[in-house]
Ligand binder design. Structure first.
Ligand SMILES: Cc1cc2nc3c(=O)[nH]c(=O)nc-3n(C[C@H](O)[C@H](O)[C@H](O)COP(=O)(O)OP(=O)(O)OC[C@H]3O[C@@H](n4cnc5c(N)ncnc54)[C@H](O)[C@@H]3O)c2cc1C
Length: 546
């Protein structure tokens, strides 16, 4: 297949989706290629925090200023995806007491609204916090649903004529006479090849930016900084809680929907696709959580996952990745490497994606000789039909009033059969994970134990796919869920995993089902020799893809 466009964007994370929307709004013909689903890279594997900037005021004031600027903008442009939780910086008995005054002063210098509150007020707001906390500061942190945000960005871009193709992996960048002319991408499910000719290529591939640059013959080092997070099976706090100390491991607890997420670590990995979650990281998260919330370990860890920060600086970094700036970098490969029609945007934070997109498209305009102002800071995004801010309570209300009808398929997140059917009718992939990202199916306490086989049955019926293809979709989904629980299997979570295994392996015989393998015929689960991929319940491959 062949296509051509004016500007081609690689990467469907927050940055790429932001660039696509900005390009479309400024009237460029544009197309985005993403090798997975939207937000499947770091943007879907992060802490979910719309930083006030407080985290960076003392060590990276430039990044702090970018954060507060964008924090204000995003609340206006994508209110459907943002929860205004507010944020607290607290001095626990383990934190340097003298840091609090420095933090307060630095917030003021960076223009971040900050107010000290009494411990009584803090405890009234968050009763589970450690009563031995000595100081507490209120800042405008918030949280975001990245799937909703990115979907709204590409939907708004589509309304303006942009195109997005997911599950296309860019494998070649063609350079002729010192300029990029086209790329070749391969569909990750069907294997189909696609060539896209373009006037200009934007790589918004985050931690993979170095790989794409190399395809065009440019030498770019993007450090991949792994960070591990653990979601607890309860919304322990309603406010984002940060430790009042220089950025460190396990220093932020974020309420996300029905859970609370503690994170993170910061470890350099050589390949953004190949890393493991180690025991010390989980133990550290649990120990640090206990310092903020004394009963922390009594709650059940639900899932652990990791993402890779794209960290870039022209000068080689030392051993501690926390010293590498969180600010973003825009590279024009014409001036940097002698390869024209090619720019890379990398680094930064989720919260700064819009600003990163604006700077990138400013450069695109300059390179293509167009003068078109950016309007993304003042335009509220269009929402796909039927989308509103999601809360579990709101879904429950709609169920109880009969507004949402039909069989309940996922009891944890209250997802019904008609919702699944509507979703399947809209998307042309057979990926149960897409249902998870869109409807939150399988994200609750049982981690898909009860809803997944029901959803697979509905998919089989509605997509008219073979039993073998359905089996594969089911196993792929369970394998992804499985990766997130292997490192936290103790206590009640271990019991839950055993129950799930009893359902899928004991009752449904999942370990013996025949599956369809793309391009490789069929096989029975357990016979496939790819890193134990289909051997549920056996030592898993810990390579994280989603
Ligand atoms: C543990 C952790 C916690 C974080 N917490 C926060 C936070 O709370 N708040 C915040 O603001 N920021 C946070 N960040 C930083 C933030 O998540 C990232 O900076 C941001 O998500 C990067 O977005 P991006 O779009 O640039 O990259 P990504 O989201 O990684 O997108 C790049 C995309 O490119 C695609 N891609 C790669 N190669 C190819 C190819 N060959 N062909 C096609 N597509 C390709 C990938 O699949 C991916 O989807 C955190 C990061 C980590 C690791």
């Amino acid at each position: 297949m062949k296509k051509s466009t004016e500007v081609l964007v690689i990467g469907g994370g927050a940055t790429g989706c932001g660039v696509l929307f900005d390009l479309a709004q400024r009237g460029f013909k544009c197309l985005l290629l993403e090798r997975g689903a939207l937000s499947m890279g770091t943007s879907g594997r992060f802490h979910g925090l719309v930083h006030s900037g407080g985290r960076y005021v003392t060590n990276d004031p430039e990044a702090a200023r970018e954060c507060i600027e964008e924090n204000r903008v995003l609340r206006q442009t994508m209110p459907h995806a943002i929860e205004d939780t507010g944020g607290l910086f607290v001095t626990t008995p383990w934190d340097p007491p003298e840091f609090a005054d420095r933090f307060y002063k630095s917030c003021q210098e960076c223009g971040i609204p900050v107010q000290e509150i009494s411990i009584a007020e803090m405890l009234a707001r968050e009763p589970l916090l450690n009563p031995n906390i000595s100081r507490a500061f209120d800042v405008p942190d918030a949280t975001v649903d990245t799937w909703e945000a990115c979907r709204a960005l590409v939907h708004s871009a589509k309304m303006l004529g942009a195109e997005t193709l997911i599950y296309y992996d860019v494998v070649e960048v063609l350079v002729e006479n010192g300029a990029v002319t086209s790329v070749v991408a391969r569909h990750t499910i069907t294997g189909e090849e696609l060539t896209v000719e373009c006037d200009l290529l934007v790589s918004a591939t985050g931690a993979w930016g170095g790989q794409i640059a190399r395809l065009a013959g440019c030498d770019v080092t993007v450090y991949a900084g792994k960070g591990t997070m653990v979601a607890m099976n309860y919304r322990i706090v309603n406010t984002v809680v940060n430790r009042c100390l220089p950025p460190d491991d396990g220093d932020i607890l974020v309420p996300v929907r029905t859970v609370a997420v503690i994170g993170t670590t910061s470890v350099r990995v050589m390949d953004p696709d190949d890393y493991v979650i180690t025991d010390w990281e989980i133990k550290l998260m649990m120990d640090e959580g206990e310092k903020m919330v004394p009963a922390f370990k009594k709650f059940r860890p639900l899932r652990a996952w990791a993402g890779v920060r794209p960290l870039y600086q022209e000068k080689a970094a030392g051993t501690d990745l926390r010293d590498v700036t969180r600010a973003y970098t825009l590279l024009d490969h014409a001036t940097r490497d002698g390869v024209d029609n090619f720019v890379t945007i990398t680094g930064g934070k989720w919260v700064t994606h819009r600003q990163m997109a604006e700077r990138t498209v400013d450069l695109v305009c300059k390179k293509l000789g167009a003068e078109r102002p950016c309007r993304t800071a003042t335009t509220q995004l269009e929402l796909p039909e039927g989308k509103t801010y999601y809360t579990l309570g709101e879904r429950l209300k709609r169920l109880e009033t009969g507004e949402l009808s039909g069989q309940l398929i996922c009891e944890c997140e209250l997802v019904t059969r008609p919702q699944i059917e509507a979703n399947l009718a809209h998307y042309d992939t057979n990926v149960i994970n897409d249902l998870r990202r869109d409807l939150r199916l399988g994200m609750g306490p049982c981690q898909g134990g009860f809803c997944t086989y029901r959803a697979a049955g509905i998919m089989h019926e509605h997509k008219n796919i073979s039993a073998r293809e359905t089996n594969k979709a089911l196993v792929d989904f369970l394998q992804e869920r499985w990766k997130g629980i292997t490192s936290i299997m103790w206590g009640r979570q271990l019991r839950q995993a055993q129950l799930d295994e009893g359902i899928f392996v004991g009752l449904l015989g999942l370990d013996k089902l025949p599956v369809e393998l793309s391009g490789a015929g069929t096989a029975r689960i357990g016979e496939v020799e790819t890193e134990g991929y289909y051997e549920l319940g056996v030592e898993p491959s810990m390579t994280m893809h989603d």
